[in-house]
Design a protein around this ligand. Structure first.
Ligand code: NAD
Length: 470
């Protein structure tokens, strides 16, 4: 097993191996320190301080890893966490209260409850595209629910990983939260351990590895995966609004967003009009040379740059198409005349390339979507309620925003997660708290009365009564 780089104040009781690490967290968890409301809120305060006091460092790390413009970095990586912490502060006490549920006649007299208990020692594995938020947002949920956590940031976003490793131990309770940096060997070592929950965000290939490892200990998993999220534009859509929102949602973070619209299916009657408006919007947002724009991010590394450049080979480019490996730049690109069998339609693009496909009808768009894996998100631009309803009724997706893209992430009451190939489980807001809690059913009965109805010796009369009750 490789030596784990466990980041915490150096102390003799923080051994470097995965099993010792889990063992020490488990001992702390069993001591009960993480269960009280006061401890959970203290961790929220600590995270809030980290966000405020280290904001410049976080923005600098995100700029170094992905060239993230400050507005994008703040809104999607820091602001979202502030909102989540505020919600937890307001609601946690009520979420933690045992929930009284109805007791049926057969269990009377008695009172029934659902208690939310922390699961125990949990593992959070994060990806590189929103390297801060995808690590810290689940951490908020795990701590709000009273768990211990090992956080494994993505080694691919090295600056943000180092930042998390440096600052989390300086703010949070190090007996409950550890950061382990590293790549495949370190994650593999961690995955051998017996966790009470594994929360993984990343691609489906590794999702399968995580699920297989978890199955050895029957550990429950949340898998926040990706895939090709379609964007349907019907012939009643408001084209100016659609063009702006699609272009912004696609090229935010240079398209490296799990819920970015992966491709557009547009009614053939408005295809040219939408395409022209989107091309115009790209120029409006990023100027004549988007490489000079301070508002456009960079590709994470050379491997992904090469992958994206490969998708552009032989493509029919409506705008963009330029690449610069040295500066990890791929221009915001819109492709036209795309065929379903083209390479760009085979896998999640995860970069600033937007294929646009004309379809003869809404039903054709729906059929196109349904021939593919269940997406993480599906978007529909239409002013027709009937068309919106038809799309909702006849497709499935992790989540959907109508007449916008990925704004559902801003609604904490919406469970954020995938379905099928795009993931299992969900989080955000109360859903995070639920994901990291065990719902324990509790029935409290008085000792008397104690009717003999259920007890032997059985009789026809007792059975008649039981049949009436059940
Ligand atoms: P990544 O390469 O950083 O991998 C994710 C994590 O898995 C990392 O921490 C990495 O160390 C670990 N890992 C990689 N290979 C492993 C292996 N063989 N065994 C064990 N662990 C391993 O990130 P990625 O997977 O390229 O992330 C991009 C994907 O994540 C996209 O598909 C995107 O759609 C998805 N994503 C989903 C969400 C969501 O919330 N649903 C959010 C962000 C990204």
């Amino acid at each position: 097993m490789p030596e784990l780089r466990v980041v915490s104040p150096p102390s003799p009781d923080v051994p470097g191996q995965a099993s010792d690490l889990v063992g020490s967290l488990r001992t702390y968890f069993e001591g009960g320190s993480t269960k009280p409301l006061a401890w959970r809120l203290s961790q929220m305060d600590a995270l809030e301080h980290l966000l405020r006091e280290r904001e410049r460092d976080i923005l600098a790390a995100l700029r170094a890893d992905l060239g993230k413009p400050e507005t994008e970095a703040y809104s999607s990586e820091i602001g979202m966490i502030h909102s989540e912490i505020r919600l937890v502060r307001r609601k946690l006490a009520s979420w933690m209260k045992p929930e009284r549920v109805r007791t049926p006649l057969v269990a009377m007299p008695g009172r029934s409850y659902v208690h939310r208990e922390p699961l125990g020692v949990t593992l959070i594995i994060a990806p590189w595209n929103y390297p801060f938020q995808t690590a810290v947002l689940p951490l908020v949920g795990a701590l709000a629910a009273g768990n211990c956590v090992v956080l494994k940031p993505s080694e691919v976003a090295a600056r943000t990983s180092a930042l998390l490793a440096k600052w989390i131990p300086k703010y949070l309770d190090t007996k409950a939260v550890r950061v382990v940096e590293g790549g495949v060997p370190e994650t593999t070592a961690l995955l051998r351990e017996n966790w009470d929950h594994i929360f993984y965000t990343g691609n489906a290939r590794v999702g399968r590895i995580v699920m297989e490892a978890a199955s050895k200990h029957l550990t429950p998993v949340t898998l926040e995966l990706g895939g090709k999220s379609p964007c349907i534009v019907d012939d009643t859509a408001d084209l100016d609004t659609a063009a702006k929102r699609i272009v912004h949602g696609k090229f935010f973070n240079a398209g490296q967003t799990c819920v970015a619209p992966d491709y557009v299916l547009v009614h053939e009657r408005i295809h040219d009009a939408l395409l022209n408006r989107m091309v115009g919007t790209v120029r409006e947002f990023y100027g004549d040379d988007p490489k000079q724009s301070p508002d456009f991010a960079r590709i994470i590394n050379a491997r992904h740059h090469a992958r994206l450049a490969g998708l552009l080979e032989g493509a029919d480019v409506a705008t963009g198409g330029q690449t610069d490996l040295e500066r990890l730049y791929v221009a915001p690109t819109i492709l036209k005349n795309v065929r379903p069998e083209d390479a760009v339609m085979a896998e999640e693009i995860f970069g600033p390339i937007l294929p646009v496909i004309a379809v003869p009808s809404l039903d054709a768009a729906i059929a196109f979507v349904n021939r593919r894996e269940k997406p993480l998100a599906l978007y529909c631009f239409s002013t027709s309620k009937a068309a919106q309803d038809r799309v909702l009724r006849n497709t499935t997706a992790g989540d959907t925003t109508i007449n916008h893209v990925w704004m559902h992430l801003g609604v904490p009451e919406i469970p954020f997660g995938g379905v099928g190939e795009s993931g299992t489980g969900a989080y955000h807001g109360r859903h995070s708290f639920e994901t990291f809690s065990h719902r324990r059913g509790v029935l409290k009965k008085p000792t008397l009365p104690d009717p003999p109805l259920m007890f032997p010796p059985y009789s026809a009369r007792k059975l008649r009564w039981i049949k009436r009750l059940l």
